[in-house]
Ligand binder design. Structure first.
Ligand SMILES: NC(=O)c1ccc[n+]([C@@H]2O[C@H](COP(=O)([O-])OP(=O)(O)OC[C@H]3O[C@@H](n4cnc5c(N)ncnc54)[C@H](O)[C@@H]3O)[C@@H](O)[C@H]2O)c1
Ligand SMILES: O=P(O)(O)OC[C@H](O)CO
Length: 298
């Protein structure tokens, strides 16, 4: 293993933005399934020799990717994905725990559109890990335009990052139906309450939802057409089929599968998640106007 070397795995929008950010202070490598014309692009084998890895592939692909490619040799890992595995209902930290010891793993959360990070615009992120030592190590790699905070609330950050994608779809639907800013603010505020309730069941801290990982990322994503999930919501409001929306999008919108995961987990554990459930039903074909009526019922 090459000491103090760092590589990003996954050269999608977020992987490339993180690679740009990390490259400000030192040499940083990047790899992907298909070769890309990016400085310091290396093959997967070379990337996996690095001591520090940032993994930015879609949540639903992580288990298969780890099984197929990853052998633990002491690497320290920062997970950049935001989602819950739909097939199992498992959180990403549970999946990674099968391959990497907890002290070697952290999760990035907070408001961060890749399109802004890759321009060097300022932002604040949270690095969530059981290990403060790991936070300090990774934090040192980040450039001055990104402020990093530490939190040990891994599950809170994971729930917040995954849940806000579903709420961004809901908010896009609200905008697409022209329901007005009052309705949108109500939806986002109730969404925040809902995600905190869901997170609390799994042991999250309330403060996580009031900070960058929760309110910060939710307000960003649920208010902007820069969000892929929000754009999915706009498409659903105009009665487009999900396949057509995804074809136009051409990138991952984690909220789609995460809505399924939340729906199933909320039924299993009897957690009240009305907004996420309506998003899942709309994705399955329910008319968004009927969802609105159901959400407004006393
Ligand atoms: N784009 C953002 O602004 C942003 C910000 C924060 C977090 N995220 C999260 O980062 C993750 C990746 O998002 P993105 O924006 O880079 O998506 P993207 O659609 O731009 O790219 C996804 C990347 O994953 C790769 N990939 C897909 N399946 C794979 C597999 N089976 N094995 C290996 N690689 C695979 C693709 O080749 C692609 O390079 C998501 O979980 C997303 O929620 C994105
Ligand atoms: O474009 P989205 O909806 O995947 O959101 C991107 C980031 O998660 C925002 O922090």
């Amino acid at each position: 293993m090459k000491n103090n070397s760092i590589a990003v795995i996954g050269a999608g929008k977020w992987g490339q933005a993180l690679h740009f950010a990390l490259s400000q202070k030192q040499e940083a490598f990047i790899t992907s399934r298909t070769p890309r014309d990016i400085k310091n692009f290396v093959d997967l084998k070379t990337a996996l020799e690095c001591e520090y890895l940032i993994i930015a592939i879609p949540a639903q692909e992580i288990r298969a990717w780890l099984k197929e490619n990853f052998i633990f040799k002491g690497q320290k890992i920062l997970v950049a994905s935001k989602g819950i595995e739909a097939s199992s209902g498992e959180f990403l930290n549970e999946i990674y725990a099968e391959f990497v010891p907890n002290k070697n793993i952290g999760f990035i959360s907070g408001p961060s559109f890749a399109a802004e990070v890759i321009q060097g615009l300022p932002c604040a992120l949270v690095l969530n890990s059981d290990s403060k030592k790991l936070f300090k190590k990774f934090s040192a790699f980040f450039p001055t335009f990104i402020k990093t905070y530490y939190s040990s609330d891994v599950i809170g950050a994971e729930v917040a990052g995954a849940y806000k994608n579903v709420l961004a779809i809901a908010s896009g639907i609200c905008e697409g139906l022209h329901l007005g800013k009052n309705a949108q603010a109500s939806l986002i505020a109730r969404g925040l309450v809902e995600m905190e309730r869901f997170g609390r069941f799994f042991g999250s801290k309330k403060s996580t939802f009031l900070g960058l990982s929760g309110a910060g990322d939710l307000f960003l994503t649920a208010n902007s057409t820069m969000s892929r999930n929000y754009r999915v919501g706009l498409g659903l409001a105009s009665n487009k089929k999900i396949n057509e929306i995804l074809k136009d999008l051409g990138e991952v919108a984690e909220g789609i599968k995460t809505a399924d995961a939340i729906y199933n987990l909320s039924i299993k554990h009897e957690i009240y998640t009305p907004i996420a459930n309506e998003v899942k039903l709309i994705l399955d074909g329910k008319n968004p106007k009927d969802s609105l009526k159901d959400l407004l019922k006393h």
